[in-house]
Structure formats: structure tokens, C-alpha cells
Ligand binder design. Structure first.
Ligand SMILES: [Cu+2]
Length: 44
């Protein structure tokens, strides 16, 4: 995605946990841009 672009993504993880994501554009990656998905177990 480009700067200021927005999208809706739907996906599932097999296991709960903390999953890091980050951009691959050098300038912002080198400045520490990153986030985490906090994945919780789905109620049965
Ligand atoms: Cu990467």
C-alpha cells in the first residue's frame, strides 16, 4: 500500500500471540515504523 492508502484485510491466524508487521519502504522502516496484531483465541 502507498502512503495514505487504506484497505480492509481479512485473514486468520492459526495460533494466538503477538505478530509484528512493518513497512518495507526504507525511509519509514529505518525510523522504526512497526505495529503488532494481538491475536486472541476465538471462543468456541
Ligand atoms: Cu518484512
Amino acid at each position: 500500500m502507498g502512503t495514505a492508502e487504506r484497505n480492509i484485510l481479512e485473514f486468520a491466524y492459526k495460533y494466538p500471540g503477538k505478530y509484528m508487521f512493518h513497512p518495507h519502504q526504507d525511509y519509514i522502516a529505518e525510523h522504526g515504523c512497526m505495529g503488532f496484531f494481538d491475536v486472541i483465541a476465538e471462543d468456541a
